[in-house]
Every structure is written in C-alpha cells, then in structure tokens.
Design a protein around this ligand. Structure first.
Ligand SMILES: *[C@@H]1O[C@H](CO)[C@@H](O)[C@H](O)[C@H]1NC(C)=O
Ligand SMILES: *[C@@H]1O[C@H](CO)[C@@H](O)[C@H](O)[C@H]1NC(C)=O
Length: 664
C-alpha cells in the first residue's frame, strides 16, 4: 500500500509540495563475533513483519543453504532443516533477495526451524525496510504466523559472510535490538496511526484484531501513567486545481482540506472517502474529549466497539451508530459534534490540521506513510502488529528497571523457560521454578510463591525463607508421618535451612532417619532400664516397682516420684531437726560432763574412782539417718534410743514448728 498510496498522492495531491515521503528505515545492530576477519558491528534493517526482539539480543550461527538460496521454496522440498541440535547455537538463515516476497522467505525459514532470517540485498543501495505484500491475493494466512525476526543486510556484508562460510569458517552473529528504540525515562510515548476504514482487506483486519487484543494492555499502561498514548489519522488535501473534481468532492471535507481514499476505490458505490474522513475525525475528537476528561483510554473501547457495532458491510458506518457507541461509553455527544464542526464549511478544522502537521517527520522521526504505523518514543515500530510483539517493543522503551510489571508477564514471554526450564533452578515436586520469561529474555530469579519469598542464586538453588516458609512444600525440607505422628525438618522461625527433629538424623532435606536410641546407647541405659526403640523416639521401662524419669534418664521409686515436692520439704525439715537434736544432745552431754566432773571432784575427796568414768553415765543417744545428696533418694526413717525418746520427740516438734514458721 505504501507504493500505491505514494502514487495516489503524486497523481492527485501534492503533499506539502513533495510527493516523496521521507521514509525512515528503522535499524538494529548486527555484530559479527567470529571469524576475526569479519568482527565488526553492522547495521541491518528491521523487517516489518515477524517479531523483532525489541529490548533483547539473539545469538546464532549463520547458515547459507546449498539449495533454495532465495528461500522461495519450502526447505522440506530440498531436505534441509535448520533445527538446532541440543546444545547447539540457534541458526540464522542467510537468504538472497529476489524472486518472492520477503515474508515468504521468512516463513520458509521459520518452518525449517531457523531462529532468524538474514536477507542479503542483491544490489548496492542503502538499506530498505522489508515489508508485507500488499496484494490481497498474497497468501496472507501465513503472515500472522511469522514470529522469527528478520533483517536485511547490505550486499557487501552478505558477500563477505558467504565467502567466509565457503572457506569452512563458522560465522557467529549477535543481533541486538536493545538500542532499536530510545529508552530515556520511565514513561513511553507512543502513537498509533490508524484508520476507521474497515474494508481495506487483510491490513484492516489485522489492525482491527490488534486494537481488540491490545486494548487491555494499553488501558492498564495508560491508567497507571506508564504511557502516554495518542491516536493519529492520516489525511491528504486536494490541490486547488482539482477542488471541483468528482474525486475531490467525494473524497474530501472542508472544501478539499481533508481527504481520504475511497474505501472500495470505486467512487460510484458504497462509502466515499469523505465518510472515512468524518469517522476518522470523530475518533480523533473522541480521543480529545476523553483525554480532557482524564480518561484517554476510553478511545480503545470506542474504536473496538465502533468496529464491531458499526461496520461498513452492514451499512451502519455513520453518525447514528457512532453516537450510540459514544453514549454507551458515557461521553458527551454534543462536545464531539462541536469538535467535528461543519464539515461542509470552507474553514480549517483544528484537530485535522494538527494531524496533518504531525504526519511530517522531524529529526530522526520519519514521515508516516504506512498504515497502520506505530510510533514508539518517536521511532517507527517495525514488526508484525501483534499484541505480544508490540508490548515487547513498548516495554523496551522504558528506562531499564523501570518497566511496569505488565512487561514481565507471560503475555510477552519469550518461552525460553519451556525448554530445559531455561537452565534455572526448579523444584520438580512442587513445580516451583526460578525461570521467568520476560520481554528481554528469560531470567533466573528465585520466585515468591503464595507470599513466601525464595532466596538463592536462582540457578542452582532457591530456598523458601521467612515466617511462612514451611507452608510451601514444607520449606523444601523432609517431612514424615507414621502411626498418626508427623515429624518435620522445617522450623518456621528459622530464616532458612532444614534440620531433622530430635530423634532423627539425616540431611533434613530429603531424608531424616529414626535414631535407634537403644542400640546407640543414647538413653535408657541404667541397670533397671528396659529400652524399646520407636519411630522418632524410644520407650523406657523400669523393672520392679520403679518408675522411669525421662528428664533424668533413670529409674526411681514410685512413691517419691509421686510426692517428690513433699519429699523435698521433708528433707529440709528433717535435716534441720537432726542439727537441732545434735545440738541438744551436745548441750545435755556437756551439762552431764560438767556435773560428772563436779561429782567426781566431790566424791574423789572421799574415795578413789579410777576406772569407772566411762561406764558411770553411759547414756548415749544415737541418730540414724541418711541425708542423701539426691533429695529423691532421701530416706526419712530415723530412730532415737529409748531413754530420751519422748523428750527428744517433743523437742523435734518444737523445732519443726519453728523451722516451718521461719521459712515462710
Ligand atoms: C491529553 O491530556 C494530557 C494531560 O491532560 C496532555 O498533556 C496531552 O497533551 C493531551 N493529549 C492530546 C492529544 O490532547
Ligand atoms: C508443572 O507445571 C506445568 C506447567 O504449568 C504443568 O504442565 C505440569 O503438569 C506441572 N507438573 C506438576 C507435577 O504439577
């Protein structure tokens, strides 16, 4: 259509004094990394079909087929395949220009497994943009299926590569689209040059499809302030000499100021060019009014709804139908009518005048001559009009790291994770992976799953961390259940790591084995103990009347065990009682000794008492008791000899009361 439109413009209208639009060939860079003799960075032109990897790079090795060198036939017919062998580099097919559409060459290369196609120009000239075929009968069905990138290279570079390949050299190339679009800041400005005409064949169909599919993403980006979008419409003007011609009368509004080609290219039937201009103007006005009310994204709804509800073939392509759509979106029809103004009047329309002005390229920005055209950050997008491909390009227009999350979603994934999980970490059991497809290619980054953050290098390991980490796949740790009991090697408050619970040994990750406490002599080893291992623990029983005390790993008497706290009190009481009794006994003994010596002294005055001292007063008290160092083993039995039993018991109770009182 580019050439056809150019022809129309040159024959009928003069577009601002020139019929040669300044078309800009959008380029990316091609870096030859080997052989050394060819090492350099070259420019190549991005084809306007397929999916250029905007924002990314691609590495491959060049193959120039022995047969079918123009790639106009299917490579299956000549038994050639470009499929990459495992571990091999992707293959870039080098094909010669000529004999068939660029798109057919790309399609044949893609079908044979090529990762990209490089088309070598067949003449010495500046780089051109490879475009889609315009003819309606071109097998358009495959066009939308082309998804490999394509690049046109100069004849000279093509010849150099072929020469090296013929010498048996391997030619490796890095295709780089990172600088194909400027990416200066965190907002992307983009324009879509479009047309309300819905009867222009495959191009109009793909444009309608694109608007419908891209609408959701466009609206999110716009609502969140990530992008500033403006729709645009191309119009021409009718030179004065032709103002009264039938053509200009049917194609133009406002006295030949704004024109569009007839949809059917037949002035006598169907809708005329001027109907298209008016609808284009209505869409432009809709955007202006919606933008003024702070909701520019409503344009996407309007255009989609209008295409569905008011198609030309149902003869609904007019004001009545359009107004219904406008009202249903809650936009003021009167404001839009006012913006459109009187299309029969001999006056300028400010909206269309502005459109005509922005059609002309400035600086690095080329004229808009292909419809539809997408301009992103002032550069024309090349590639197919497909949601994923366009989103990828818009995303590459953000300053790195400022991309909105929509740029990191599966909508524009590169599908690199599908194969071998992109070489990233993966937990096969829980299906958690660190591979994430992004528009720049895959990244290996430990994920966040159900609010639990995984940490690690993303390539060889990732580990759940934080408070809830055991909720996910038990934190990657071992867990076992037997006989209704469950043990886990994951502890929630640990920031990381797995540790077998007590009673188990192992790495904590894949296995924890029960420890046989009995065999390994870890517990229950006292002479009275009988050990029995259980899963995760052990059972210990004591012979006779004894009880097993787990904390002390020993057997003790049952009674004490049940009243151990009383035993403690008793022990203190009796201990002190013993001290008291001993003191009292000493006191009595001293008195007796004193009286003894007095009596002896008196009696000695009357008779000799040489050997009777030891037996005369032999009343001795004995105290039996065991005050064990272990309170639990204290035996409270004791005895006093008969003589002073009552006496001493009285004393004992006095002492007990005393101690009791003072210990409070
Ligand atoms: C849309 O509105 C914004 C902010 O109100 C303004 O900056 C922008 O120029 C407007 N766009 C058009 C095409 O009127
Ligand atoms: C893992 O996820 C992939 C893709 O989501 C799915 O095809 C596969 O069946 C899953 N495997 C398991 C074990 O859940």
């Amino acid at each position: 259509m580019r050439e056809k439109l150019g022809l129309l413009v040159c024959l009928w209208f003069l577009l601002y004094g020139s019929c040669l639009g300044r078309f800009v060939v959008e380029k990316n860079s091609l870096k030859v990394t080997s052989p050394a003799s060819l090492k350099d960075v070259h420019e190549c032109a991005i084809g306007n079909f397929g999916v250029p990897q905007y924002g990314g790079t691609m590495v491959g090795t060049v193959l120039y087929p022995k047969a079918n060198q123009k790639a106009c036939k299917s490579f299956e017919d000549v038994d050639i395949s470009f499929k990459t062998k495992p571990g091999g580099m992707p293959i870039f097919v080098l094909a010669d220009r000529g004999d068939c559409y660029f798109t057919l060459k790309a399609w044949n290369a893609q079908k044979a497994g090529a990762a990209a196609i490089l088309v070598a120009d067949d003449r010495v000239e500046p780089l051109i943009t490879m475009d889609n075929p315009e003819e309606e009968n071109a097998q358009a069905d495959y066009l939308q299926n082309i998804n490999i990138p394509s690049a046109l290279i100069s004849k000279a570079l093509g010849d150099d590569i072929k020469k090296e390949l013929s010498k048996g050299e391997m030619v490796n190339i890095n295709l780089d689209w990172r600088e194909a679009l400027p990416h200066p800041d965190e907002r992307v400005e983009y324009e879509f040059w479009t047309n309300s005409n819905d009867e222009c064949g495959p191009k109009c169909e793909s444009q309608k499809e694109f608007v419908k599919n891209f609408k959701g993403a466009a609206q999110i980006l716009e609502q969140k302030g990530y992008t500033q979008f403006t729709p645009h419409y191309i119009t021409w003007y009718c030179p004065d000499a032709f103002l009264l011609s039938k053509q200009c009368m049917s194609q133009c509004i406002n006295h030949g100021r704004y024109c569009a080609p007839d949809p059917e290219q037949d002035f006598n039937k169907g809708y005329d060019g001027k109907d298209v201009v008016v609808q284009n103007l209505r869409q432009a006005c809709f955007f202006k009014i919606a933008n003024e009310s702070g909701k520019p994204w409503l344009w996407w709804d309007y255009v989609t709804d209008f295409a569905i509800r008011c198609p030309m073939k149902e003869k609904k392509y007019g004001k009545d139908c359009a107004d219904q759509v406008i009202r249903s979106l809650g936009v003021d029809v009167d404001k839009i009518d006012k913006c459109i103004g009187d299309t029969e009047a001999d006056t300028d329309n400010p909206v269309l005048k502005a459109e005509q002005e922005s059609q002309i390229g400035k600086g690095s920005r080329g004229d808009v001559t292909i419809l539809p055209t997408l301009v992103i950050n002032n550069r024309q997008y090349r590639g197919k009009l497909d949601k994923g491909a366009v989103l990828k390009a818009i995303c590459s227009g953000f300053e790195e790291t400022t991309e909105p999350s929509i740029c990191l979603t599966e909508d524009i994934e590169t599908n690199e994770c599908k194969e071998n999980n992109g070489g990233c970490w993966q937990d096969k059991v829980s299906n958690i992976t660190a591979c994430r497809d992004t528009f720049r290619g895959r990244v290996c980054e430990c994920p966040i799953v159900q609010g639990v953050k995984f940490v690690g290098d993303g390539y060889t390991h990732c580990e759940a961390s934080g408070v809830l980490r055991c909720e996910i796949n038990n934190g990657g740790c071992w867990k076992g259940t037997q006989d209704g009991r469950t043990y886990s090697a994951c502890i929630d408050d640990h920031t990381k790591g797995c540790k077998c619970p007590p009673g188990f040994k192992g790495d904590g990750l894949k296995n924890c084995e029960d420890v046989d406490e009995c065999k390994e002599k870890l517990a229950c080893q006292c002479p009275e103990c009988k050990c029995k291992n259980t899963w995760g623990s052990y059972e210990c029983s004591c012979s006779g009347n004894l009880l097993y005390m787990h904390e002390h790993d020993t057997c003790i008497s049952k009674d004490v065990n049940t009243e151990s706290s009383w035993g403690f009190v008793w022990a203190i009481i009796l201990g002190l009682a013993a001290v008291g009794i001993a003191g009292y006994a000493m006191y009595k003994y001293r008195i007796r000794r004193y009286m003894d010596s007095e009596i002896r002294a008196i009696m000695a005055q009357y008779m000799p008492l040489d050997n009777q001292g030891e037996t005369f007063f032999s009343a001795e008290r004995t105290f039996h008791g065991r005050q064990g160092s272990d309170l639990a083993g204290f035996d409270p039995s004791f005895s006093l000899n008969d003589d002073d039993k009552q006496d001493d018991l009285d004393l004992l109770f006095t002492e007990i009361l005393f101690i009791y009182a003072s210990s409070r």
